[in-house]
Design a protein around this ligand. Sequence first.
Ligand SMILES: CC(=O)[C@@H](O)[C@H](O)COP(=O)(O)O
Ligand SMILES: NCC(=O)COP(=O)(O)O
Length: 252
Amino acid sequence: MSTALSVNLNKIALIRNSREGNFPDVLEFGQLCLDQGAAGLTVHPRPDQRHIRSGDVRNLAELVKRTPKREFNIEGNPFAKAHGDYPGLMALVEQTQPDQCTLVPDSNDQLTSDHGFDLTSASDALAPIVAKLQAMGVRISLFMDPDPVQIRLAGELGVDRIELYTGPYALQHGTAQGETLLSQYRRAAEQAVSSGLGVNAGHDLNLDNLSDFLTIPAIAEVSIGHALTVDALRLGMPAAIQAYLAICQQSR
Ligand SMILES: CC(=O)[C@@H](O)[C@H](O)COP(=O)(O)O
Ligand SMILES: NCC(=O)COP(=O)(O)O
């Protein structure tokens, strides 16, 4: 079985938002990703709407629902307050019923995601959120650092999957320290599997570092946006998606 590729469309929206109008059209690029065989689409709307807007989330949810066997994944912090057109993560999930919701502990002013949950302090607050998502029938994934102790706590919280935060791996890839880190991610994935959790991964994965990461056998899904969008500038979006799919299909 290959690893599913979920294309993150944040950066397409970021370019669109730099001008008035709807160019590039996020929906058109979402369709293109699905036409090219991506397993799903990911968005990470942030309260300041700097890239993906609430309307994009609704439109993309409809697009994915119309396309058989594809998944829509919404990422975000469930504790971030509603702000302007952003109704909050849980309201967006309720409105759009995605296949998966990935909970991420980002503060509003972060440039990008840079750490997973500390469940020694966050589990109590997350428990009612997990219960609400379970009642909606949405698969729940938690954004986590590769720490087996923390991942055991994710299992105890009753979520379905974790998403391993791969930023540090990407930064060290190709160095001796990167090899050591990869072993750490491997142990974290093993802990997830023995805790009954599926394993996703994402952040700064790219055409250079993805195949080494996917030597970890249990990775169900990778969500990739930043590097894939840059590759699309060089290669064109269809060729960029095919290049990532080729790596994903060799895995597992
Ligand atoms: C959780 C995660 O790693 C991604 O969602 C990534 O943070 C993309 O968000 P930005 O596009 O805002 O950097
Ligand atoms: N969950 C990670 C994601 O959606 C995309 O991260 P990146 O490829 O934009 O770094």
